[in-house]
Design a protein around this ligand. Structure first.
Ligand code: NAP
Length: 299
C-alpha cells in the first residue's frame, strides 16, 4: 500500500474539539447555550443507535440536547405541531428529525416544515437552493465532512478534476456543488454513466457514494488521486459468525496501491457526519444571535 490513509475518526475528534471551544466561548462571552433538538418517530433500532450517539456527542461539546420521542403512529399534524414549537423556541438552534420515518409520513414535507435557519441536516429545498446559488445556508452534514477532509488533505483544490459517483439529494448533489465552489471541474456520475471506470480515472479527487461494496477498483483510480469513500454496505463477517462487517464502495486493497490518499471504511467519512451536525448547530447558533461564524467549520 502506498496511499496515505485519512483518519476520519481523529479528524472528527478535532472538529468536535473546535466546536466545544466555540460553544464554551459563546457561553462565557454571551451567555448563550447552543441547543440541538432531535425528533425520533417510532422505535427503529438503527435510528435509536444514531440518536443516542448524537445526544452523547451534543452533550460532550457542551450544547443542550433536546430529545423528542413520538409514537410510530403519530399524525403528521402532531409531528408538525412539535416542529412548529421547536421552530419558535429560542433555546433550540438546530432541529433534525431522524430518518427513516414511518411510511405514513413524508420526509420531504417533514424537512420543509423545519425553519431553514434551524435545518442543521441541510436537507431542505431552501438550503439546497442556497448552496446551488453560492449563498450562505446550512450544508448537508456528510458532504460538509468530506469537504473538510479534502481541504485538510489538499488545501487549494482550484482546477482539480473531481468525480462524484452518486447524485442523491442527501450526498451526491451537495458534494458536487461544494467541489464546484472550490473551483474544481466537477463530474457527477450515476447509474446511467457510460464507461464509469474511464470517468473515474480522470479524477484528482474521487468521491464514491453509491452503496455497492468495493465497486471502485484500483485500476479506476488515477495514480496519486485523493479517494473519499462514502458508501457503506454491511455484510456478514467472514471470520466472526453472527457478526457483521462494513464495506465501502472502494476496493481498499487495490485502490490504496494507486491513490495518493484514501479514506477507510469504517473510520473515514462516517465519524465526520455527527461532527458536522454539531458544527452546523454551532453555525446556526451564531447566525441566530448575529455573531461571527466559526472559521473552518462551514462551507
Ligand atoms: P442513494 O440515494 O441510494 O444514491 C445512490 C447513487 O448511486 C444514485 O445516484 C445512483 O444512481 C448511484 N448508483 C447506483 N448504482 C450505480 C452504479 N452501478 N454505478 C454508478 N452509480 C450508481 O444513496 P445515498 O443516500 O447517496 O448514499 C450512498 C452511499 O453512501 C450509501 O452506501 C450510504 O449508506 C452512504 N452514506 C454514508 C453516510 C455516512 O457515512 N455518514 C452518509 C450518507 C450516505 P441513480 O441516481 O442513477 O440511481
Amino acid at each position: 500500500m502506498t496511499a496515505q490513509v485519512i483518519d476520519g475518526k481523529e479528524f472528527a475528534a478535532r472538529v468536535r474539539g473546535q466546536v466545544a471551544e466555540h460553544v464554551a466561548k459563546l457561553k462565557a462571552d454571551h451567555g448563550i447555550t447552543a441547543g440541538l433538538a432531535v425528533i425520533l418517530v417510532g422505535e427503529d433500532p438503527a435510528s435509536e443507535v444514531y440518536v443516542a450517539a448524537k445526544h452523547r456527542q451534543t452533550v460532550e461539546v457542551g450544547m443542550a440536547s433536546f430529545e423528542h420521542r413520538l409514537p410510530a403512529d403519530v399524525s403528521e399534524e402532531d409531528l408538525f405541531a412539535l416542529i412548529d414549537q421547536l421552530n419558535a423556541d429560542e433555546t433550540v438552534h438546530g432541529i433534525l428529525c431522524q430518518f427513516p420515518v414511518p411510511d405514513h409520513l413524508n420526509e420531504r414535507r417533514v424537512v420543509a416544515r423545519i425553519d431553514p435557519a434551524k435545518d442543521v441536516d441541510g436537507l431542505s429545498v431552501v438550503n439546497a437552493g442556497l448552496l446551488a446559488s453560492g449563498e450562505k445556508g446550512l450544508v448537508s452534514c456528510t458532504p460538509l465532512g468530506c469537504l473538510m477532509l479534502l481541504r485538510d488533505q489538499l488545501g487549494n483544490m482550484s482546477g482539480k478534476e473531481a468525480v462524484v459517483i452518486g447524485r442523491s439529494n442527501l450526498f451526491g448533489k451537495p458534494m458536487g456543488q461544494l467541489l464546484l465552489k472550490e473551483s474544481c471541474t466537477v463530474t457527477i456520475a450515476h447509474s446511467r454513466t457510460q464507461d464509469l471506470a474511464e470517468v473515474c480515472k480522470r479524477a484528482d479527487i474521487l468521491v464514491a457514494a453509491v452503496g455497492r461494496a468495493e465497486m471502485v477498483k484500483g485500476d479506476w483510480v488515477k495514480p496519486g488521486a485523493t479517494v473519499i469513500d462514502v458508501g457503506i454496505t454491511r455484510i456478514p463477517h467472514p471470520d466472526k459468525p453472527g457478526k457483521t462487517k462494513l464495506l465501502g464502495d472502494v476496493d481498499f486493497a487495490s485502490a490504496s496501491d494507486v491513490a495518493g490518499a484514501i479514506t477507510p471504511v469504517p473510520g473515514g467519512v462516517g465519524p465526520m457526519t455527527i461532527a458536522c451536525l454539531l458544527a452546523n448547530t454551532l453555525t446556526a447558533t451564531c447566525r441566530a444571535h448575529g455573531l461571527d461564524e466559526p472559521e473552518g467549520l462551514t462551507a
